[in-house]
Design a binder for this molecule. Structure first.
Ligand SMILES: NC(=O)c1ccc[n+]([C@@H]2O[C@H](COP(=O)([O-])OP(=O)(O)OC[C@H]3O[C@@H](n4cnc5c(N)ncnc54)[C@H](OP(=O)(O)O)[C@@H]3O)[C@@H](O)[C@H]2O)c1
Length: 303
């Protein structure tokens, strides 16, 4: 990969690619994979960035089956590695001369009750879901600003609008993404760059399995019953989750709009929840969630 100390102004003025160009982070699985294939089918040149390139198999198999593999370039990118971020963006500009869409999708979900999640895990959560997203966005902005066009999709979550117990690190990272995106949208609109928040509810992708496997709970945790209730609820919601392809299709649809909205909330029960947050007094919503958790919790044990 071509490294270096280029700034946008030094870049050779390569002829822009005839195809529009989209950069997707976290493209090895889930939404990122589906977005990459869907956008390639729409004729985009896709820069599918993947933390570990040995995980590109699933994406490229599906891309071949859909006959769009020639439109997809897999590049290595860990969003916490800020040096590689600039290299990838500079190389994309040198090769294709444009970046029309950025999808900040890479993420993971760290769960556990606040008292029991080590600070290191909080930092890791923010490094990937928030600072990674900020760093990739900052690297792309000079080019989109000069192009005076572009769409930036930040994959947030309904957890970026409503706080759930048992997932505070994840929720905090997504609330940060929401505030960042509101400010960024206002900064970039005068330059013709649109910032869009996608707020999915629960969808069956690998993020939850990875999260459940690494949940933080101390032995004999005083929160174990509540945590079990949260996990039971998450698992049952996921089993009834909507189709992740809906998110990729939504991005394909929104990318045709000149003036997209700021927020697109999607998924089962999500509109009802967001509506309730606006319409109901906050303490009603709280008692509803806490009662619900009590019902699901196993008989009290320990402390
Ligand atoms: N599924 C849902 O219900 C849901 C709901 C709301 C929001 N979201 C959001 O949707 C986005 C995509 O998640 P998903 O559901 O599609 O889950 P997923 O299949 O686990 O995808 C997450 C992707 O992010 C990548 N990733 C993790 N850490 C990274 C890093 N440091 N650098 C680069 N890539 C990294 C993963 O790569 P590895 O395979 O290498 O880990 C994977 O490709 C996330 O931002 C998530 O918070 C999901």
């Amino acid at each position: 990969m071509n490294t270096s100390n280029h700034s946008p102004a030094d870049l050779p003025s390569s002829l822009p690619s005839s195809e529009p160009v989209i950069l997707v982070t976290g493209a090895s699985s889930g939404f990122g994979l589906l977005i990459s294939i869907t956008m390639a089918k729409k004729g985009y040149r896709v820069i599918a960035s993947i933390r570990d390139l040995s995980n590109q198999g699933q994406l490229m198999e599906q891309a071949k089956a859909a006959k769009v593999d020639l439109l997809i370039d897999c590049v290595q990118l860990d969003v916490t590695d800020h040096r590689t971020i600039s290299e990838v963006i500079i190389e994309t500009m040198e090769r294709y001369g444009r970046i029309d869409i950025l999808v900040n999708n890479a993420g993971l979900a760290i769960g556990g009750y606040i008292e029991e999640v080590p600070l290191e895990a909080w930092r890791q959560q923010m490094d990937i879901n928030y600072f990674g997203l900020v760093a990739v966005t900052k690297a792309v902005l000079p080019y989109m600003r000069q192009q005076r066009s572009g769409h930036i999709y930040n994959i947030s979550s309904v957890g970026g609008r409503v706080g759930f117990p048992g997932y505070a690190p994840y929720v905090a990272s997504k609330f940060a993404v929401e505030g960042f995106s509101e400010a960024l949208r206002l900064e970039m609109q005068p330059f013709g760059v649109q910032v869009i928040l996608i707020e999915p509810g629960a969808y069956p992708t690998s993020i939850w399995k990875k999260g459940f496997d690494s949940i933080h709970a101390s032995p004999h945790s005083p929160y174990q019953d509540q945590l079990d209730a949260v996990l039971n609820y998450s698992k049952s919601t996921l089993n009834n989750g909507a189709d992740p392809q809906d998110i990729a299709d939504a991005i394909a649809r929104i990318s045709r709009l000149r003036r997209p909205k700021l927020r697109y909330a999607m998924g089962k029960g999500v509109h009802f929840l967001l509506f309730s947050k606006v319409l109901l007094p906050w303490n009603w919503l709280e008692s509803f969630v806490l009662k619900f958790m009590k019902k699901r919790k196993a008989p009290a044990r320990g402390l």
